[in-house]
Write a protein that binds this ligand. Structure first.
Ligand SMILES: Cc1cc2nc3c(=O)[nH]c(=O)nc-3n(C[C@H](O)[C@H](O)[C@H](O)COP(=O)(O)OP(=O)(O)OC[C@H]3O[C@@H](n4cnc5c(N)ncnc54)[C@H](O)[C@@H]3O)c2cc1C
Length: 411
């Protein structure tokens, strides 16, 4: 039997591509090595699936996709944010918008997104093989001829779509197989890097802060005494460093700077300038003079942060605040507004939300997702050298490129 389209990898991009090709009347086979479809999809958005972002395809904001953003224009034109939302609503997933344009299923269940795609696959008559690992791709005369499965079975098709994803969170099935095949077929693979990852710090003090989650905190990144990045956002301390949306979004830039020492400075009081804070402390220390420092600090910072601030300020926790000297007050301000930690490294692929780098987009036609090297080969999703920040931008890449590939793979 010869299929019209064989899709390798049943993640978001593969399910979308296979179902769209099926909807067009193609005889489609989707092959997935896990025992279920969309394992990583189920983990997205902490199980809630932030499946797109209202700003993802807007001219003013599309630059968040970095230097390769123009590649996405055609796919966004064909199947952009609005169409994506309508598509899922049409399959029974009511959607809601949260802050910063982030779109989630109203049910807060990533499983609903997966179920709707399974419904779409059924509608398109797609044959789905689970627990089936592709081992090899065989090309002949500038065309892909067949794939060979782990059990030795050969599958022939007129067209092939590779959607095997990146190589981060490998336990979800994304082990980077597609990169190896495509490299051996002559495609250029732009260096793979873990992106959207937590950051590991050198200072052991962070262990004391593990689990502390802070909203709208000021973050500055320094190298050679120069401020390189400055932003506000939400962070969480981990056992060995920092995570949370604000950290994850700047991790790729931090990773690129790791050749020389690099420091993250946290401002726990971003809403108050240092001079203003100094005035406030002076006033408070005068007004409530008999209060002991520890009790005063309890009204200023989270309980978990108190021992660290006490240590860094060098002020005896039992000291009456009217006895705090100017240098101590200044050390306190420094601890509150310039809590500085040296970066050791990024967490690796195991904890990276996505893989940056991938198949060079110069070798892929953006209008169809067809390989420029093999006329019956199409690529979609994270395997391409495309990535965006957190907020639903990466799944939108999958929907748009997956739909485009499934819409183009000839019958
Ligand atoms: C914890 C976490 C949270 C995330 N949250 C969000 C979010 O809220 N919003 C967002 O936009 N993005 C999020 N992402 C990113 C998003 O999940 C990815 O961008 C997306 O899953 C990529 O889809 P894909 O279809 O390209 O690849 P994948 O989802 O990686 O799917 C590839 C599939 O191919 C299969 N496969 C691989 N090799 C073979 C083989 N040899 N044979 C057969 N099958 C094979 C794999 O088993 C896998 O099922 C998150 C990522 C992680 C890790």
């Amino acid at each position: 039997m010869v299929y019209d389209v064989v899709v390798i990898g049943g993640g978001p991009a593969g399910m979308m591509a296979a179902a769209r090709a099926g909807e067009r009347g193609a005889r489609v086979l989707l092959v997935e090595k896990n025992n279920q479809l969309g394992v990583k999809l189920l983990a997205t958005g902490h199980g809630r699936s932030n499946f797109t972002n209202m700003l993802a395809d807007k001219k003013e904001t599309v630059g968040v996709y970095g230097k390769n953003y123009k590649f996405l224009f055609s796919a966004f034109n064909k199947f952009g944010v609005q169409k994506t939302v309508e598509f899922f609503v049409g399959l029974g997933v009511a959607a809601k918008e949260e802050d910063r344009g982030r779109i989630f299923p109203k049910s807060d269940k990533a499983g609903d997104i997966r179920e709707s795609l399974i419904k779409y696959l059924k509608k398109g008559g797609v044959e789905v093989w689970l627990n089936v690992e592709v081992k090899k791709i065989v090309a002949k005369d500038k065309k892909i001829e067949k794939i060979i499965l782990a059990n030795g079975q050969e599958i022939f098709s007129k067209n092939f779509i590779i959607t095997t994803g990146g190589k981060s969170y490998p336990e979800t099935g994304s082990s980077g197989d597609g990169y190896k095949w495509l490299k051996s077929l002559g495609h250029k693979i732009i260096t793979l890097r873990p992106a959207l990852t937590p950051i590991v710090l050198k200072e052991k003090i962070v262990k004391d802060l593990e689990g502390l989650s802070l909203k709208n905190i000021g973050i500055n990144v320094y190298q050679n005494n120069k401020k390189i990045i400055s932003r506000a956002g939400d962070i969480i301390f981990t056992a060995d460093g920092l995570s949370g949306p604000a950290i994850i979004d700047l991790s790729e830039r931090v990773g690129a700077l790791l050749k020389a020492p690099i420091f993250i400075e946290i401002d726990f009081k971003p809403e108050t300038e240092a001079a203003e804070l100094e005035k406030k402390l002076q006033n408070d220390f005068h007004k409530d003079g008999r209060k002991i420092f520890k009790n005063y600090l309890a009204g200023l910072v989270a309980p978990k942060l108190m021992p660290v601030i006490i240590k860094l300020s060098g002020i005896d926790e039992k000291k009456q605040i009217n006895a705090i000297a100017k240098p101590e007050r200044q050390a306190l301000i420094k601890a509150l507004k310039e809590f500085t930690l040296e970066v050791k490294e990024l967490k690796g692929f195991n904890k990276a939300m996505i893989t940056a780098g991938g198949v060079d987009i110069k070798e892929v036609d953006p209008k169809t997702m067809r390989s420029r090297l093999y006329e019956n080969l199409f690529l979609a999703g994270e395997i391409l050298d495309l990535d965006g920040p957190t907020g639903g931008y990466n799944l939108q890449i999958c929907w748009s490129t997956g739909f485009t590939a499934g819409d183009s793979a000839g019958l």
